[in-house]
Design a protein around this ligand. Sequence first.
Ligand SMILES: Nc1ncnc2c1ncn2[C@@H]1O[C@H](COP(=O)(O)OP(=O)(O)OP(=O)(O)O)[C@@H](O)[C@H]1O
Ligand SMILES: [Mg+2]
Length: 468
Amino acid sequence: MSLRVACGQDAKKISSLRIFMSDLLLPMPRTPMTPDRHREVARDLLAVVLITGLVFILSSAFELRERITELTRPLERYQIDELPLTLGVLALALAWFAWRRWRQATDELALRVEAQQALSQNEARYRTLFMENLAGNALCSRDGTMLLCNPAIARILGLPAPELVTGRNLFDFYADPALADEHRALLRQQGKLDVALLELIAADGAAVKVIARMLVGQESTQGAALQLYVADVSELQLMQRELGDALAENRLLSQKYLLAQEEERRHLARELHDEMGQWLNAIKLDAVSIRKYPTELPREVLDSAQSIIEVSTRVYDVARGLMERLRPVALDELGLADALQHLVAQWRRRNPDVACSLVVDGELSGFGEQTNITVYRVVQECLTNVTRHARASQVRLQIACASDARELSLVVADDGVGIEPSGKKRSGLGLAGLRERVEVLGGRLEVLSPPPHGVEIRVRIPLSDPRS
Ligand SMILES: Nc1ncnc2c1ncn2[C@@H]1O[C@H](COP(=O)(O)OP(=O)(O)OP(=O)(O)O)[C@@H](O)[C@H]1O
Ligand SMILES: [Mg+2]
């Protein structure tokens, strides 16, 4: 069963280029010892027996041996009379020799038939792979005329059957004829072409996006010089676009959410400061005035007033800490660079055993509000993580942003125990939240933990408006 590829309209023109699967196969030998063969062998054996019998009859009738003996008697000194027996043995030996060769030929034939059958099975398998492949495969002539193709390519090109594809030129389906010329030239030069995205116009006029590989092969297979592999990625492209849109929408939402969160925190910090701070201060002042009361007060009252002063001072400190975490006042008042210095100084005070260095390379000014708060929050969370998880002796903070740079880079590295590479899911939200913040700004956050060198957090944030 050969896979015949019928040609389309221009059958005559391309008939000389048609390829048949059967052409790619070796000729199939006839099966050994068919009934015909058996009859032939029986006939030949009968001929041998008849000839031998005839020779015996003639020899007996004409006393041939006696005559030959009579004739060769003068040559007896040359042992001519021994020839009949020798010739008889030679005949037997030749018969044995022929039988052995026949056996050998039969075995070789059986092997060849076996190999041929395996080849046919393989051919059937490859044909199935070729025909059922979801990607389009085609063999083309050097000028791009498709000679053999599978149904997938017909589907991609909007044709109902592969037979309608053969004879048509691949480059005629290009949406951009200039690109077709370019590809022809490239194939001539380098013999191989991988196209990440190619737009074709199918027979029904639909635009199809494919990835393609073209290989120039040997011209041995009846003019098939070009192999073509294409996969339809139109749907994938569409999905990718939809995914991109969804991602952008998500980013916008996250951005709004983070802005709202920061606004809410700022509001809370202000409330804490203006309301709670004022009231605590008022309580403290009242207690101070009780202690300074001009007339002598009982000892218990003075002690209570003192304890109110201490408690209100402690609560105020806690509230200040809370305010600081909710909204780093220093960021608004001093700017990013000084706010970071302030943050690091506070952290050093709380962690005297860890050496913490902060290197700022460039000017940290002129960024947007969101970039400032993101950088601040990254440093804040990374330092908190070092305190909580790292058991480090050194932390290195490095911020680089040249005046004409298009991005800001930040590295926080410690020499602690590092992050366990175990696959178990972590419940912490700190790093995930940071990543979200950074990605909202179009940046990247990488967490590296090459054992045993602690953790290195690398952040890159693009600056949409590079400062000159
Ligand atoms: N510097 C570090 N050294 C060692 N392990 C770290 C370091 N930073 C983070 N980790 C590990 O990564 C995990 C995730 O950190 P992440 O900040 O996301 O969460 P968390 O700190 O556990 O909780 P939170 O939500 O309060 O931040 C931590 O639980 C810790 O195991
Ligand atoms: Mg954390």
